[in-house]
Design a protein around this ligand. Sequence first.
Ligand code: ADP
Ligand code: MG
Length: 560
Amino acid sequence: MTGQETTNPSSTAEKHEFSAEVGRLLDLVVHSLYSEREIFLRELVANAADATDRRRFEALTDGARALPEDAKIRINPDKDARLLTITDDGTGMSKDELVSNLGTIARSGTRAFGKELEGAKPEDKPNLIGQFGVGFYAAFMVADRVEVVSRRAGSDEGWKWTSDGKGAYELAPATREKPGTDITLHIKEDADEFLDSWRLQEIIRKWADHIAWPVTIVKDGEESPANEGTALWRKPKNEVTEEQLNEFYRHVSHNFDTPWATLQWRAEGTIEFSALLFIPGSRPFEFGDPARESKIRLHVRRMFITDDAALLPAWMRFVQGVVDTEDLPLNVSREMLQATPVLARIRKAVTGRVLSELKKRSADNAEFLKFWENFGAVMKEGIWEDAEHRTELAGLARFRSSALTVDAENPESGWTTLGDYISRMKPEQEAIYYLTGDNEDAVANSPQLEGFRARGLEVLLLSEPVDSFWPDRLTSFESKTLRSVTQGAADLEKFAVEGEAATGEAADMDILLPALKEALGSEVSDVRGTDRLVSSAVVLAASENGPDLQLQKLMRRSGQ
Ligand code: ADP
Ligand code: MG
């Protein structure tokens, strides 16, 4: 859909195609929605606020980018011209940034949304769009043409980006008096409501009240404040509604569910900070985030500083939210953030608080399992890498087990803690047995379990990749060692076989073993008789002191 008339006749106007992904997303966004169109304003105001935050931070190291005193976000509807303009004093975008930020899909969340939307049934689409942000492209839900005029802070050059959202966009030089961005929407015939100041005000109240920069709406030539802008996390708890908290959660986390836990508190004493943290109620789409970093936002006296300060350990990276402190200067630099002991103290306090919340909530097993099914695998990384919290984390962990059945009707009954396992151990049993493998079914049906089942010995069934690592570090819990069933002759002799299996007939090992050994040659290091099997004929075992079988498999895969 190229080759359309240009609106900007400047001889230097350039035509660009959207990346294929953007084209598809735009098509979906424009054609699948009507009910939740108002969220376009939330998306554009959020972008304006992000850009203003970024400029403030950049100005710390580059005075030429300083923010004006009265930095704000201005929403200006013009009924007669059918235009709606959102103006900010943020970083602005250079020509290259316009191309990469608005011409391709940079944000992973938007990409995930596109995939989800493509697969959805038509009747579910409007709902999905209500739940998810769609970023800048949401503008095309209400506009048939969008113009972006932007000037990068620190530069004199302005650029204008224009598109009708149908496959291509245009770039042309433009003038803008100050750095910042204007987004002008040519409002569609059927979207009159978004030219009405009262309606716009209502949308801001609903979606963007927590934006920390002033948001104004122009009405009859007068600008009036549209948001409260009080940092929600600094308000006394009883002045904040659950709805405001949930909306703020969606804003900071880019999630669209309701949080499983909301923690709001103020620390006073040696360090002072306010925190508002959330544990998501569902697993975000692209949670496998290879960065493995906590993205908790650090503010100093309300001002956003960075989300890179690793305020929580990597194994708590599912926690979202804000920490706001008075104990750092407003102009704190990146170097200073790395050196200051203040952050280490905040980190310790915040980690402790989240952990104690998890412990408290673990008393309600059914509730806790909702959390565990989403983020248990990440918590287990902590057992591996965090010596300080290892035992506490192991105490919270939930496991599948050979003694329990997974029942959809009664999900709680399919999980055990290490403590509960220990309470079911046989009197003469010394170790906590576990088996690791690639998936739940394979582990639950493994022949490795036969000998244990036959003797009434319970085995923990571990099937997540991280399960190949943490048992090596935990080694014991409440002074019971952890022992993989694949590691050597698993001290089964001292337990009597129970029930039917006890009456089976054994093969003559004196003849069988030497014959097998000869046949397999150097493929194996040894062939032994075993107590571990009851009905299967053979099983692979790891040597007594070597790595567990699953770990060997992973090491082979990564070329070790
Ligand atoms: P996201 O905000 O999640 O990154 P969007 O689709 O909303 O995704 O925006 C894409 C990118 O475009 C932003 O990351 C930002 O770099 C840029 N951008 C959008 N609006 C503005 C703005 N008003 N000022 C500066 N940059 C902007
Ligand atoms: Mg955005």
